[in-house]
Design a protein around this ligand. Sequence first.
Ligand SMILES: *Cc1c(COP(=O)(O)O)cnc(C)c1O
Length: 386
Amino acid sequence: MLLKSSLDELKRREAALNIINSKIKARNRSHLYDLTGLSGGFPIKKEDIDLLETYAGSAIFEEEIQIQGRKHLGGNKILALNRTSSGILASIIALVKPDEEVVHYLTQLPSHPSIPRSTKLIRANYREFNNLNEFEIGNNTSLVIITGSTMDHEVLSEEEFLRIIEISKSKNVPVLVDDASGARLRTVIYHQPRAMDMGANLVITSTDKLMDGPRGGLMSGDADLIDLIKSKAHQFGLEAQTPLIAGMARALEDFNPERILKAQDERKGIYKNLINDLKEINLTPTGFMLSAEGLMKELKYLNVTHSLSPKEAANILAMILLREYNIITIPAVGMPGASPTIRIDLASKDAECLNQNYIIDAFKESLLRLKEIIDDKKICRKVLYD
Ligand SMILES: *Cc1c(COP(=O)(O)O)cnc(C)c1O
């Protein structure tokens, strides 16, 4: 096995960051194409810099994040956290006790790892559903989590969303919506209401997904619940610090859905071109993707026999895209447990300066390169970790 554990994924991520480091030093940042759709940004203003201090700055940017956060997410109180994962952890610590249960609903498995991992950490039970007919809340359920848009950008329908909230309300169980990308995808592309406007008690989004903010978790919700979560977040150091809050607030001020809408339009041309050669490519709301299982099928169509797992094959393909075509995707740089799907997000800032044919050729040629090296474990290992 080439990728055995979270530790191996960490090593793969470190190798990817080393490659990116040498590429930037050898040329410059403009020759790298981050097409993950979560490339981050830090659009603070010159006058903000002097206020990036612990207490005085917090007094100023806290007010701004309350205003901008409520505008973006609805709800009546905002909490800024270090990451979406931190907000999920803080919520589970605050609202769930050992032996109680977290129930999670999403359109398609797998779940983001932060939800089952946080539940396990406090020794609570975890159940997940992706079929409305099977969904149920137990006597011990103290939190329902809905994922608005999965890691692969599969979006929950408004009907299912409302139904889960209705069932949870009837049992008096609070609902937290993991809207990491959904807060923008669902509203901008699918014209769905904001989670809070559909009756959720809490919602969290990632300020670097489909917007130009730093990686951070922006939470909104009912003030009494937010206060409980905020208190736990402070106790365990999960809250965002002043510089991060400043970056998040300014990014929210600048948020403009135009690039998301443009990407929705542009993905069709690339898809039409690629689908002739790569039958397992699928459209996403703002780009296209090849799942790890889809990649296994592509290899089969090419009559390639091999012993790699879907995740290994997808990680190697992502490392080839990075090494040879300077394209950054999540299976190369993602944290352990991140989705192995190779997803190209045309709403990324870097997609704007990239010719569509470059992406098409890179995809086709990387697959052929994978085919060439797949039997050579030594070379595969080098591509993943060197
Ligand atoms: C990205 C994502 C997260 C976690 O965001 P981090 O910034 O990595 O903590 C959680 N849930 C979903 C559905 C996501 O897409």
